[in-house]
Write a protein that binds this ligand. Structure first.
Ligand code: CMP
Length: 236
């Protein structure tokens, strides 16, 4: 399929931001763009399931997805949320094995999709792509190690504070009185992201709300600086 000019511009813009493609010359990017196709998914739709045998790589042009593990009982553990400009599907693309996790669109989303063989051809022509992809994989491995460390050593309260710090960094705003504003999440959404039960999150959040460390305000959480005392990461 030949990409429309508008889609080419969009794919080109995001390709330059992805480490694996960011160092390529404009001419090379122009060539690779023609190997992509575009697809769209509605919020809530599954892009692919864990163990599927597909092997394409996806770049998020618009929207948001979650990378998630689903148990047979329907429990969910969200490995990561990915946004515009992020990519996924590189693991099956590299080793040809089934998908390591499911990916679900959290908003209406548009993706640029690259077939495995096209990607392997691109690597053969530009081995630099492989080095940069390795760097991205190592970063993901580091994030996974950090999560395992949290799961192994931190209590639910500390894990929740860690999640809040990440969300503040990703999307937070600071108010004049030093509180942080982030989008409100359900207890279930929080539980799925820190490997805790919904009940335990409800208990911890209730306690923090009654201590005015969290204020639930419409679509927002207001987080007191008191939640992050002794944590240097948020000092500006
Ligand atoms: P793949 O295994 O092809 O399909 C699922 C994708 O989810 C995987 O490639 C990665 O892109 C992504 N993925 C799997 N595990 C993680 C993780 N721990 N952190 C971030 N992304 C992941």
């Amino acid at each position: 399929m030949i990409l429309k000019e508008k889609d080419k511009v969009l794919v080109g813009k995001f390709l330059k931001k992805i480490p694996a493609f960011g160092n390529l010359s404009n001419k090379r990017v122009e060539q690779i763009i023609n190997d992509f196709t575009i697809c769209t998914f509605h919020a809530g739709e599954t892009v692919f399931y864990q163990t599927d045998k597909s092997s394409d790589m996806y770049i998020i042009l618009e929207g948001k997805v979650k990378v998630t593990l689903l148990s047979e009982e329907g429990d969910e553990f969200v490995l990561t949320d990915l946004n515009q400009g992020d990519f996924f599907g590189e693991m099956s693309l590299i080793d040809g094995n089934p998908r390591s996790a499911s990916v679900i669109a959290e908003e209406d989303s548009t993706f640029a999709v690259l077939e495995r063989n096209r990607f392997l051809d691109a690597i053969k022509e530009d081995p630099e792509i492989a080095i940069d992809l390795l760097k991205s994989l190592v970063q993901r491995l580091r994030n996974a190690t950090e999560r395992e460390e949290s799961l192994a050593f931190l209590a639910v309260h500390q894990r929740l504070v860690k999640l809040f710090i990440k969300l503040i960094k990703d999307e937070g705003k600071k108010t004049k009185n030093g509180f942080y504003l982030i989008k409100r999440r359900t207890h279930k959404e929080i539980a799925e992201r820190i490997g805790a039960s919904r009940e335990s999150i409800s208990k911890v959040v209730k306690k923090l709300v009654s201590g005015n460390l969290i204020i639930e305000n419409g679509d927002l959480f207001l987080l007191s600086p008191g939640l992050f005392e002794d944590i240097d990461e948020l000092t500006d």
